[in-house]
Design a protein around this ligand. Structure first.
Ligand SMILES: [Zn+2]
Length: 305
């Protein structure tokens, strides 16, 4: 038996409001020795967030009686492979900071960082829907379509970060000018067209009324503006996702997040996708995830497997 794979895996998911830690018993499954969360308290600044991480790790050590050799971290945004500085974080206090170096200094051990969508893709591959339903899949594209849109690529069990750390960042591919300006500085990114936030904004611009995404979806058949919003989502979802299939042709696509939960994406959305894919038929399975909120923290731990 492989002794390395029997080691506990330590992971921390750095969210905007909470820091969640897990110690998995081993790479073989989701059985945890520790799992808990503390507030990030991001409003108190970057240095405070770093001390909160230290506090969580100390708690993890105390509760398990173990010491980690390395810890995986799921983060918003990306650690730039060249400069080491964080970039593209929507929780902007991390941007421009050398998070890896600061964590390694305060924790006195090596850390591995990956963005939260990469962690999601990795966790669903190793523990979630890919493992359960597509165990022979080698190339997986995972995307979180929530208030933002993030993506990650896993090949043969490893995250593909890419030369610049932007591998799989589908959310900032160009989709349509109508999305308008994106926080990343570009215009018409996938995120500005099909994220939950942008769908609610589109509905408001068209109707003058504010409506939550779940209500827009629920009113799809009786509210013409809701119908327009959802039909636009379906069109640009198909168009934008076809780019991933034409370039990567993954074995499975896993779609998480609140928008990913909209059932219409798996009916009319697939027809829209098929129209734009460079093939006469669409064979790619596009599926919902199975791990729910746990994917982020499990994926962080799997970074050190
Ligand atoms: Zn963007």
């Amino acid at each position: 038996m492989d002794t390395v794979s029997e080691k506990p895996l330590w992971g921390i998911d750095m969210g905007g409001t909470k820091l969640e830690g897990v110690v998995l018993k081993s790479v073989r499954g989701t059985e945890s020795i520790f799992r808990d969360r503390i507030p990030t308290e991001a409003d108190q600044g970057y240095d405070h967030v770093i001390t909160q991480v230290k506090k969580l790790v100390d708690l993890m050590k105390a509760k398990t009686g173990l010491k980690p050799e390395r810890i995986g971290f799921g983060t918003p945004g990306i650690s730039d492979p060249t400069s080491g500085l964080m970039k593209n974080c929507n929780s902007t206090i991390l941007n421009g900071k050398n998070l890896r170096a600061d964590l390694e200094t305060i924790l006195n051990l090596p850390v591995t960082l990956a963005n939260d969508a990469n962690c999601f893709a990795l966790a669903e591959t190793k523990f979630g829907v890919v493992k359960q339903k597509f165990p022979t899949a080698e190339v997986i594209f995972g995307v979180i379509m929530g208030s933002g849109v993030g993506g990650g690529i896993v090949v043969n069990g490893k995250v593909i970060n890419g030369l610049q750390g932007i591998g799989g960042e589908w959310g900032h591919n160009f989709s349509d000018e109508s999305g308008g300006p994106c926080y990343c500085g570009k215009t018409g990114c996938v995120e500005t067209v099909i994220s939950g936030t942008s769908l609610e904004r589109f509905y408001f611009e068209q109707s003058g009324n504010k409506k939550l995404l779940k209500d827009i979806v629920a009113d799809y058949k009786r509210d013409p503006v809701a119908q327009k919003t959802i039909e636009r989502l379906i069109h640009f979802f198909g168009l934008s996702l076809s780019v991933i299939i034409n370039i990567l042709d993954p074995d499975v696509i896993v779609i998480g997040g609140g928008v990913g939960n909209i059932d219409l994406l798996y009916g009319p959305g697939m027809e829209a996708l098929e129209k734009f894919v460079f093939n006469t038929r669409l064979e790619t399975p596009v599926v919902k995830p199975m791990l729910g909120d746990s994917a982020g923290v499990f994926g962080a731990a799997l970074l050190v497997s």
